[in-house]
Design a protein around this ligand. Structure first.
Ligand SMILES: C[S@@+](CC[C@H](N)C(=O)[O-])C[C@H]1O[C@@H](n2cnc3c(N)ncnc32)[C@H](O)[C@@H]1O
Length: 193
């Protein structure tokens, strides 16, 4: 990535995740939600991968011929994604955006698929849902409050409350799939607009 955007240099999320990625494997595999969503009918349009990390999901979507916008606060994650995209000849399809999702706004006209796995923020979810094109899909996975039984240091605001995120979907969405995994204390949602 080019220079770190103003305002992110000391951002605690950036510092924390850059430190984590310093020791992590180069790329995460494509998320099962991405695999599931990309196998379903989708309208024309791009894919938005929020809190993408060094995302195998973004690569999978690009390999399926979709333009992908990958947003993350960590330049280490986005640089790794960029390197892997170049290795596969997919870099022209992937636009990395280094941004704090708390302040980020999706660009019109919207996306055929909006995906976010491993991140939770209610206001981001609401903006993300509005960025789904008619007929498009929204895929999300995040911790539920159950995770705090074993990992009490995870803040409650990073966790889905009962019924979320489906309860926060705007009118016009249909839930296609919703499942809790008690082993990981994560909930998964796939919904069509
Ligand atoms: C648990 S990882 C998930 C990565 C990927 N989506 C996956 O499923 O493997 C969380 C990601 O959220 C990003 N992140 C954390 N806080 C953020 C913020 N405020 N704005 C943008 N990205 C953020 C981190 O850099 C990290 O890549």
């Amino acid at each position: 990535m080019d220079d770190v955007p103003p305002g992110l240099a000391e951002h605690p999320d950036r510092l924390r995740w850059n430190a984590k990625y310093g020791d992590a494997p180069a790329l995460s595999s494509a998320h099962p939600l991405a695999e599931r969503a990309l196998a379903l009918p989708l309208p024309d349009g791009g894919v938005l991968d929020l809190a993408s990390g060094p995302s195998g999901s973004a690569l999978l979507a690009a390999a399926a011929g979709r333009r992908v916008t990958a947003v993350d606060i960590s330049e280490i994650a986005l640089d790794r994604l960029g390197a892997e995209a170049r290795r596969h000849g997919l870099d022209s399809l992937i636009t990395p955006v280094q941004s704090d999702l708390g302040a980020w706004l999706p660009e019109p006209p919207g996306y055929a698929l909006v995906l976010c796995t491993g991140f939770w923020d209610r206001s981001v979810f609401e903006r993300a849902a509005r960025a789904v094109l008619p007929g498009g899909l929204l895929g999300w996975e995040a911790f539920t409050e159950d995770v705090r039984r074993d990992r009490p240091r995870i803040p409650a605001e990073w966790c889905l409350a009962p019924g979320e995120p489906a309860s926060l979907l705007p009118d016009g969405f249909t839930v296609l799939h919703e499942a809790d995994d008690p082993r990981t204390a994560k909930r998964r949602l796939l919904a069509r607009r």
